[in-house]
Design a protein around this ligand. Structure first.
Ligand code: ATP
Ligand code: MG
Ligand code: MG
Length: 569
């Protein structure tokens, strides 16, 4: 059994269940569908869904679609695909826009209570009135409008009578508050924009804090987990929940129940944790969009992108991401983590689970001259050295093989343990060979090694135990399947591509070698992979069959990560 996790969020949940504050918990993951999810979101997903399921509760997927100008159904589809891929089931799929009627009625309630007013100041004036960290703000001249006037203006905002930005609905809290979020924040703004779900029904849209807090309350969310930048918003979150008091206002949720959506009021508690940030990466949606639009990467799912669609194609696994999130832990301290934590989790996960295969990515021909030209046999190889349950496969072996070019040196450097002329080396699982002769082309390049297989060194024989310096991998030339091998590497050449020093920006640090495409040969069992199947190509690295391009008769593999960290070596 895995030991109980005892971070501060799980401890709160545990106490709330033990004290009977909640009989069951519910969380939500609330992305805004304005871009693709990235590695940072994986942390939020693992916490929101993971904690709910650990404690027998459930988690909603809610698309926070209150900003229609920037949102797109393409993002909505990708978000659902990502959450599903990470292995989580949402209790219910919701949209903030499902609650637009409720939110509208809630706003009218605030107006009637004297807790909200329509302001005619424009954006610039609002900013000027807001004050600063050290200076209190000033009341808007429109702050003391009567309830009737406010209701009338708000209804006319809703009817579409005013142009964008002409008026806002603001909470009436405290322009002198030390927390700027409480200085009469906007609750609604006018925006004549079509919405992907509600069409042109609404010329006004609720602001984030208002929509988010009340959506949580409507859905019966008990623990609303979010990142640290919302800590200063928590008093406003609580203010909205308390002032609207959905639990005691059945008339506000009537549009929901009429539409057949369940209403399960809760007083949600917002809890903040630190964002996940890694060096060597750029995660801002704006910058990722720029990489895509400028053609510097091949789209949002380019295997070099830190999007979940990208790293999935790269060969990251859901279990590697969960391992990373567990290792990183939860705290209230923002920090920039080293990318080796991410890559290390992938290596450890693949090392434990990925089947082994043989593949040669820079092929050099080896001919075993003492075997018959038609010699063919199959050799048994275990799929995983540490996991017998993965069973065995048969690998064809014949007179002509491909080996890795770097495993041979005509003039070996000191300490070289692989093959040289007159030297011997073990062919993984097949026997020991000696190189007798090299064949070169006109330019002097070695194109073939002529070798002898020691007949006494075959698998299972006494002579197989003979000591030789090195073991190399191989693929039978007759049986090996040519494969497109995409050697991906880090997208940037520096650990801080965001540094903006000396007028440079992240695009100036793009790694020109972040993708190299070569043709190699893979054993038949690798070619037969299904898309997204991951492997360790022995001695070469971890690879995955491309999600979209791989076909058994035209295999395509992406390098997920090297066997060892070659950047911090
Ligand atoms: P970005 O700033 O990258 O656009 P965001 O916070 O605007 O991200 P949302 O779609 O609003 O993106 O995020 C959905 C949820 O994911 C929020 O609860 C947010 O706190 C969380 N989240 C976003 N980025 C990270 C991150 N780097 N680490 C942990 N959680 C994150
Ligand atoms: Mg955002
Ligand atoms: Mg956001």
């Amino acid at each position: 059994a895995t030991p109980e996790k005892t971070d501060f969020i799980r401890n709160i949940v545990r106490e709330d269940l033990a004290s009977g504050k909640h009989a069951a918990i519910r969380t939500r993951f609330p992305p805004e569908p304005n871009g693709y999810l990235h590695i940072g979101h994986a942390k939020a997903i693992c916490l929101d869904f993971g904690i709910a399921s650990e404690f027998g509760g459930d988690c909603n997927l809610r698309l926070d679609d209150t900003n229609p100008a920037k949102e797109d159904p393409e993002y909505v589809r990708a978000i659902q695909d990502d959450v599903d891929w990470l292995g989580y089931d949402w209790h219910s799929l919701r949209h903030a826009s499902d609650y637009f009627d409720v939110l509208y009625l809630a706003a009218e309630k605030l107006i009637r209570q004297g807790d909200a007013y329509v302001d005619d100041l424009d954006a610039e004036q609002v900013r000027a009135y807001r004050g600063t960290l050290t200076e209190p703000g000033r009341n808007s001249p429109f702050r003391d409008r009567s309830v009737e006037e406010n209701l009338d203006l708000f209804r006319r905002m809703r009817a579409g009578e005013f142009p964008d930005g002409a008026r806002t609905l603001r909470a009436r809290i405290d322009m002198a508050s030390g927390n700027i979020n409480l200085r009469d924040p906007a609750l609604y703004r006018i925006k004549h924009v079509e919405h992907q779900n509600t069409g042109d029904k609404w010329p006004i849209y609720p602001m984030y804090d208002f929509a988010h807090s009340l959506s949580d309350a409507v859905e019966g969310i008990t623990h609303s987990l979010c990142t640290l930048e919302f800590e200063d918003h928590r008093p406003l979150y609580d203010w909205c929940v308390d002032k609207v008091d959905l639990a005691h206002s059945p008339e506000l949720v009537k549009p929901l129940t009429d539409a057949g959506l369940p209403f399960e009021a809760a007083k949600p508690r917002q809890i903040e944790f630190s964002r996940l940030n890694f060096n060597w990466l750029v995660m801002s949606k704006r910058k990722l969009l720029q990489l895509v639009e400028s053609g510097r990467v091949d789209g949002w799912d380019d295997p070099r992108m830190p999007t979940l669609q990208g790293i999935r194609r790269r060969g990251y696994t859901p279990s590697a991401l969960r391992l990373m999130v567990d290792r990183v832990g939860i705290s209230k301290q923002n920090s920039l983590l080293d990318i080796s934590i991410l890559e290390g989790a992938l290596r450890d996960d693949l090392d434990a689970h990925a089947p082994r295969r043989m593949a040669v990515i820079d092929p050099l021909k080896m001919v075993l001259t003492n075997l018959d030209p038609g010699h063919e046999e199959t050799l048994a190889f275990s799929n995983h050295p540490k996991d017998a349950t993965q069973g065995e496969r048969r690998i064809p072996f014949s007179r002509e093989l491909w080996i890795e070019r770097e495993d041979f040196e005509e003039v070996p450097p000191p300490g070289f343990k692989r093959l040289t002329v007159g030297g011997d080396v073990r062919l993984r699982g097949a026997g020991i060979v000696r190189c007798d002769e090299v064949v070169k082309d006109e330019s002097g390049k070695v194109i073939e090694l002529r070798c002898t297989l020691d007949p006494e060194s075959r698998p299972g024989m006494e002579g197989a135990n003979r000591k030789v310096k090195g073991t190399i991998h191989w693929v039978s030339a007759k049986h090996g399947v040519p494969a497109e091998i995409r050697l991906y590497d880090r997208l940037f050449t520096v650990p801080d591509p965001d540094n903006d020093e000396g007028g440079k920006t992240y695009v100036d640090y793009l790694n020109p070698d972040s993708r190299k495409v070569v043709t190699g040969y893979v054993e038949p069992a690798a070619a037969n992979a299904v898309p997204e199947q991951g492997f360790q190509f022995e001695r070469v690295g971890y690879f995955v069959a491309d999600r979209y391009d791989h076909k058994p008769d035209a295999p395509v593999f992406n390098r997920s990560v090297t066997l060892r960290d070659t950047w911090n070596a």
